[in-house]
Design a protein around this ligand. Structure first.
Ligand SMILES: *[C@@H]1O[C@H](CO)[C@@H](O)[C@H](O)[C@H]1NC(C)=O
Ligand SMILES: *[C@@H]1O[C@H](CO)[C@@H](O)[C@H](O)[C@H]1NC(C)=O
Ligand SMILES: *[C@@H]1O[C@H](CO)[C@@H](O)[C@H](O)[C@H]1NC(C)=O
Ligand SMILES: *[C@@H]1O[C@H](CO)[C@@H](O)[C@H](O)[C@H]1NC(C)=O
Ligand SMILES: *[C@@H]1O[C@H](CO)[C@@H](O)[C@H](O)[C@H]1NC(C)=O
Ligand SMILES: *[C@@H]1O[C@H](CO)[C@@H](O)[C@H](O)[C@H]1NC(C)=O
Ligand SMILES: *[C@@H]1O[C@H](CO)[C@@H](O)[C@H](O)[C@H]1NC(C)=O
Ligand SMILES: *[C@@H]1O[C@H](CO)[C@@H](O)[C@H](O)[C@H]1NC(C)=O
Ligand SMILES: *[C@@H]1O[C@H](CO)[C@@H](O)[C@H](O)[C@H]1NC(C)=O
Ligand SMILES: *[C@@H]1O[C@H](CO)[C@@H](O)[C@H](O)[C@H]1NC(C)=O
Ligand SMILES: *[C@@H]1O[C@H](CO)[C@@H](O)[C@H](O)[C@H]1NC(C)=O
Length: 815
C-alpha cells in the first residue's frame, strides 16, 4: 500500500500536471437534496438571484428539487436553500411536453397538480454542477439549465422518436404559481403573438415571515418557429387569447393559469430564457436581454463555472491520502455558503438607495454561528456588502432584521442576532464602505428600544430585561408583541448580543457603553439555578446539578425539565408555537453551554474544568444534542475552554463523517442557507470560530495542508499537519509553531488570515499538554479557575496571565 502511494505520488511529480487545482471537481450540489437537507441543488451564481432547478412535489421541497422519488412539477428560477418554514419562492414554473395528444392543445395537461404525473424521472438522469443542473423526464425530454445573475437559460431537448417525433409540436407552458401555492389575487400574464415573449407578475407570501411581495417575469423562447401561443386557465387553453388576469380562487387555490407556446418542430432544442425582477416587467426583460443576449447555453454555463472556480479557488487543500468523500464534503460545504444570502442590489422596490441590497438572510440565528463568519474569511468584500445592506435596512425600516426573505421580514427566533454578525465583522476588521457608527447605532437600538412587533425584529421584554436582568416566563409586556415563550434562550441570547455590542462600543470609543453592555452581558447568571437536578422522564437521574431554569416576574423559579426540547424529547413543541417552551429548538442542557463570552465563569459554576468536560461529554454521548441544528455547533469545540483541545478534535471526528455523508440524504438537518456547509468547512479546516469574537479554536485540519489566500490582501495563510494521519488515529496536537515560533495557545485570531501566517501542527496518537495551560486558553470574560498548577482562586492569579487571557477588558486585536 505504501509503495503504491509512493509510486503514484512519484508519477504525479514526474508528470507534473500543469492543470491548476480545480475545486469544482469536489462540489456535489445534490448533497442535502433529500432527507430534510432542503438544499437547493440547482444552477446559481454565487449569491445569485436567479436559481434554476426542477421543482418536485415532495413534502420537503423547500429548496425546489428533492431527490426522494417525487415528481417534477415544473422548472423555476427563484429559490432559497436549506431552509425550514414553508417552501420558498419557486415562482412562475415552466413545464414542457414533446407534444399534445392528437396535436390538440387541450389534451396537454396544464394544472400543476395533474401535470406532476408526467414528471417522473430516474435518479441517474440528474446532473448537478456549480452553475448547471439537468434532468431527463421519463417522457424523454431532457432539460438543462444555467444562470446569470437575474436570468436563467433552459434548454429543452425533446425525444426524436417514440409517440412524438421530430415533427411533433412541443409545448412549453409557464404558470402563475409558486412552490407553496401562496399566490394572491390578480396575477397577470401576457404572451406576445409574434415574438412569443411571455410577461407577467403576481403577489406571493414569504415562506417564514410576514407581509407579501410582488415578482415580475419576462420569458423569451428560441430554437424553433412558433406554431401558436396563448393562455390557459385551469385545464383549458386558447391561442385566441393572449392576456389573463386571474384571481386566487375560492377553492383548490390558487387557480391554475398561465401562458403556453407551441413550436413547429422538436428537432432542435428549444431554449427558454426567464428573468425575474422585483421592480417590474421592463427590468426583468432588460436583465434577460443584457445578461443572455444570444441564448448561448455553453457560454452562459462556462461563465457560471468560472465564477464558482474563482470563488472557491482561494482555499486549496492537499488531497493526498484523504478519502475523496471528505474532500467532497469540504468543498461542497464551502459551495453552499455562497447560495444565500442573495444579492438583490438594484432589485429592492421598498426604498431607493445606492447601498447594496441582500436578501435571504434566512435566518441570522442560524448563520451568525459559522456561515457568515466563514464568508468573512473567504469573501470579506461580500460580507461588507451584506452588512451595508443590513444597515440600510435599519435606516429605512428602523431595525436590523434577524431573518429576512423575499423582501419581507422573517420571524425572529431568539436574540437580535444581527448584533453578533456585526460584531464578528467589526472585530475582524471588515471595513469596506461600512459606516460603523451607523452600525453601532443600530445594535444599540436593539438593546434599548422595544419594537411593537418583536416577532419580526429587535427584542421583546426589554422593560423586564432592564429591571430584572432576565426575560421572565409569562412576562408582562404591553409595549411590544411576539410569542411569549423562550424566556431562557432569549435571556442567554440577549446576554451574548450585549457582549457583542460591548465589543463594538469598546472599539468605537464608547467607554461607558462598553462597561454597561459588559454588565448586562452577565445577565445569563440570573437564570442559573445552582441546585437544579436533571432526571430523564422515567425518573433516572443524570447526576448533574446546576442548570438554567425559567423565572417568573416575581423572581420565583418556574420549571422546565432540562432535557425537554433536547434531541431525546419527541413530544414537546419547541419552535415558535404559542405552546413552545422556554428554550428555542434546543434544551436547557444544550443552552447551558451558550455563554460564548464567559466560559470561565460558566465552568466554575459547573464545578470546574473536569466537571465541565464531563458535562460536555454527556451532552454529546447521550444524544441530548444533535449536530443537525445550529446550537450544537460550538459545543463540539468548547473543550478548548477547559484546556482539552484534544477532545474537541476527537469530537469533530465523532461527527464528521458519521453525520455528514456527501450524498443527497447525507446532511443531518436543514442546511439553513449553508450553515451545515460552513460547519463542515470550518471543522475540517481546523479553525472553528467563536462567532462574534476574534477567536478561532485550533484543531488539526482533516487534510495534511490547507492554504487560504485572502482575497483582499492576497496573502496566503497555511495550516500544515506534521505526522498527518489520513486514518485519523493521530489527531492530537503535540506542539505547534506560528510562523516558525513555538505557539501554545489553543486559539488564534483573524490576523492569521489577513496577514497570511503559517501554523504548523505536529500530531500524535495521544492527547498532549499542548494548549492545556491557563495561559493557552481562549479569552473569557471571567477568570479561569480550577486548573492544575496555575491557581485556584482569582486573587492568586499571576499578573502575567492577565495579558494573555484576562481579556475581559481587552476585546481581541481587531481594532
Ligand atoms: C432516488 O434517490 C432517492 C434519494 O437517494 C431515493 O430516495 C429514491 O428511492 C431513489 N429512487 C430510485 C428509483 O432509486
Ligand atoms: C408520479 O407520477 C407517477 C406516474 O404518473 C404516479 O404514479 C405517482 O403517483 C406520482 N408521484 C407523485 C409523488 O406525484
Ligand atoms: C383585483 O382586481 C379587481 C379589479 O380591478 C379589484 O377590484 C380588486 O380589488 C383587486 N384585488 C386585489 C387584492 O388587489
Ligand atoms: C500551500 O502553499 C505552500 C507554500 O506556498 C505550498 O508548498 C503547498 O504546496 C501548498 N499546498 C496546497 C495544498 O496548496
Ligand atoms: C451584488 O450586485 C451588485 C450589482 O450587480 C454588484 O455591484 C456587487 O458586486 C454584487 N456583490 C457581490 C458580493 O457579488
Ligand atoms: C431511563 O431512560 C434513560 C435514557 O433513555 C435510560 O438510560 C435509563 O436506563 C432509563 N431508566 C430506567 C429505569 O428505565
Ligand atoms: C410568583 O408568580 C408565579 C407565576 O405567576 C405564581 O405562581 C407564584 O405563586 C408567585 N409566587 C409568589 C411568592 O408570589
Ligand atoms: C417534556 O418531554 C417529555 C418527553 O418527550 C414529554 O412527555 C413532556 O410532555 C414534556 N413536557 C413539556 C412540559 O413539554
Ligand atoms: C444515540 O443515537 C444513535 C443513533 O440514533 C444510536 O445509535 C445510539 O445508540 C444513541 N446513543 C445513546 C446513548 O442513546
Ligand atoms: C499513548 O497512550 C497509550 C495509552 O495510554 C500508551 O499505551 C502509549 O504508549 C501512548 N503512546 C505514545 C506514543 O505516547
Ligand atoms: C488536576 O489533577 C488531578 C490529579 O492529577 C486530575 O485528576 C485532574 O483531572 C486535573 N484537572 C485538570 C483540569 O487538569
Amino acid at each position: 500500500m505504501a509503495r503504491c502511494l509512493a509510486l503514484s505520488a512519484l508519477l504525479g511529480f514526474v508528470l507534473s500536471d500543469p492543470t491548476p487545482f480545480d475545486p469544482l471537481v469536489y462540489v456535489d450540489p445534490l448533497i442535502g437534496a433529500t432527507n430534510g437537507g432542503n438544499v437547493f441543488p440547482g444552477a446559481s451564481l454565487p449569491y445569485g438571484m436567479a436559481k434554476a432547478v426542477a421543482d418536485t412535489n415532495s413534502e420537503s421541497n423547500q429548496g425546489g428539487f428533492a431527490l426522494d422519488g417525487t415528481n417534477v412539477t415544473g422548472f423555476s428560477v427563484m429559490h432559497d436553500s436549506g431552509t425550514g418554514g414553508s417552501p420558498s419562492l419557486g415562482n412562475f414554473p415552466l413545464f414542457a411536453y414533446a407534444g399534445c395528444p392528437g396535436d390538440d392543445v387541450n389534451q396537454c395537461v396544464f394544472p400543476k397538480k395533474r401535470r406532476a404525473l408526467f414528471g417522473t424521472f430516474s435518479n441517474d438522469s440528474v446532473t448537478a454542477k456549480p452553475g448547471t443542473f439537468g434532468i431527463t423526464l421519463d417522457s424523454g425530454t431532457r432539460v438543462d439549465m444555467t444562470t446569470t445573475h437575474h436570468t436563467a437559460l433552459f434548454s429543452f431537448k425533446f425525444p426524436t422518436s417514440g409517440t412524438y417525433g421530430p415533427n411533433a409540436h412541443p409545448l412549453i407552458l409557464q404558470d402563475l404559481s409558486d412552490l407553496s401555492d401562496s399566490r394572491q389575487d390578480n396575477a397577470t400574464v401576457s404572451v406576445d403573438g409574434a415574438s412569443g415573449r411571455i410577461t407577467g407578475s403576481a403577489r406571493f407570501l414569504p415562506s417564514f415571515g410576514s407581509g407579501n411581495y410582488v415578482l415580475y417575469f419576462c420569458t423569451d423562447v428560441a430554437g424553433a418557429d412558433i406554431l401558436e401561443n396563448g393562455i390557459f386557465v385551469d385545464s383549458r387553453a386558447s391561442a385566441d387569447t393572449k392576456d389573463l388576469t386571474i384571481s386566487r380562487g375560492i377553492n383548490g387555490y390558487p387557480l391554475p393559469g398561465g401562458a403556453f407556446v407551441r413550436f413547429q418542430s422538436a428537432e432542435n432544442p428549444i431554449l427558454v430564457r426567464t428573468a425575474t425582477s422585483f421592480i417590474g416587467i421592463e427590468q426583468a426583460c432588460s436583465h434577460a436581454e443584457a445578461e443572455i443576449p444570444g441564448f448561448d447555453f455553453a457560454a452562459v454555463s462556462a461563465a457560471a463555472t468560472e465564477a464558482w472556480t474563482k470563488k472557491l479557488s482561494p482555499i486549496e487543500v492537499s488531497t493526498a491520502g484523504v478519502d475523496k468523500s471528505l474532500v467532497t464534503n469540504f468543498y461542497s460545504g464551502i459551495y453552499r455558503t455562497m447560495i444565500n444570502p442573495q444579492n438583490y442590489t438594484g432589485e429592492n422596490p421598498l426604498w431607493s438607495s445606492a447601498e447594496p441590497y441582500f436578501d435571504s438572510f434566512y435566518c441570522l440565528w442560524d448563520s451568525f454561528r459559522s456561515q457568515i463568519p466563514f464568508l468573512t474569511i473567504l469573501d470579506p468584500a461580500a460580507v461588507a456588502q451584506m452588512i451595508r445592506s443590513l444597515l440600510d435596512t435599519y435606516v429605512h425600516q428602523g431595525w436590523l432584521p434577524d431573518c429576512h426573505m423575499s423582501l419581507c421580514k422573517g420571524y425572529t427566533q431568539g436574540g437580535s442576532n444581527a448584533d453578533n454578525v456585526l460584531a464578528d465583522a467589526y472585530v475582524k476588521g471588515i471595513i469596506e464602505g461600512i459606516n460603523w457608527d451607523l452600525g453601532y447605532e443600530a445594535v444599540v437600538k436593539d438593546a434599548e428600544v422595544e419594537p411593537y412587533d418583536w416577532s419580526a425584529e429587535g427584542r421583546g421584554g426589554l422593560d423586564s430585561w432592564k429591571a430584572l436582568g432576565y426575560i421572565p416566563a409569562q412576562d408582562f409586556d404591553y409595549k411590544g408583541f411576539g410569542t411569549m415563550t423562550r424566556s431562557i434562550s432569549r435571556t442567554l441570547e440577549y446576554s451574548y448580543n450585549d457582549y457583542c455590542i460591548s465589543q463594538m462600543a469598546h472599539g468605537l470609543g464608547h467607554t461607558a457603553d462598553a462597561e454597561k453592555y459588559l454588565g448586562s452581558s452577565g445577565n445569563w447568571q440570573n437564570l442559573y439555578k445552582a441546585d437544579q437536578t436533571s432526571a430523564y422522564w422515567n425518573g433516572t437521574d443524570t447526576a448533574f446539578v446546576g442548570f438554567f431554569e425559567p423565572r417568573f416576574l416575581n423572581k420565583t423559579w418556574a420549571y422546565q425539565n432540562p432535557l425537554n426540547c433536547s434531541n431525546l424529547d419527541e413530544f414537546s413543541s419547541c419552535s415558535l408555537q404559542n405552546t413552545g417552551r422556554e428554550t428555542y429548538e434546543s434544551s436547557i442542557w444544550e443552552y447551558g453551554f451558550f455563554v460564548p463570552h464567559d466560559q470561565a465563569t460558566l465552568m466554575t459554576l459547573y464545578g470546574g474544568p473536569s466537571a465541565f468536560v464531563r458535562r460536555l461529554d454527556y451532552l454529546h454521548d447521550h444524544n441530548i444534542t444533535y449536530i443537525g441544528n445550529e446550537p450544537a455547533f460550538l459545543t463540539v469545540f468548547q473543550y478548548h475552554y477547559a484546556g482539552r483541545p484534544a477532545l474537541s478534535a476527537k469530537r469533530a471526528h465523532f461527527y464528521i463523517p458519521a453525520f455528514f455523508a456527501p450524498t443527497p440524504e447525507g446532511l443531518p438537518g436543514n442546511d439553513d442557507s449553508g450553515a451545515m456547509g460552513s460547519f463542515l468547512a470550518f471543522a475540517m479546516m481546523g479553525l472553528f470560530p467563536n462567532p462574534g469574537q476574534n477567536v478561532y479554536l485550533i484543531t488539526p485540519p482533516f487534510f495534511e495542508n490547507v492554504n487560504i489566500t485572502h482575497p483582499l490582501t492576497g496573502k496566503t495563510a497555511t495550516i500544515r499537519n506534521v505526522n498527518f494521519d489520513p486514518t485519523y488515529n493521530d489527531i492530537y496536537i503535540q506542539s505547534a509553531t506560528l510562523d516558525g515560533v513555538s505557539y501554545t495557545k489553543n486559539w488564534i485570531d483573524h490576523s492569521f488570515f489577513t496577514e497570511g501566517k503559517e501554523l504548523v501542527l505536529t500530531l500524535g496518537k495521544n492527547e498532549s499538554t499542548w494548549g492545556t495551560r491557563v495561559q493557552d486558553l481562549p479569552p473569557s470574560l471571567g477568570k479561569y479557575a480550577g486548573f492544575n498548577g496555575t491557581y485556584s482562586a482569582r486573587s492568586r492569579m499571576p499578573a502575567r496571565y492577565t495579558v494573555d487571557f484576562g481579556v475581559s477588558r481587552e476585546f481581541g486585536s481587531g481594532f
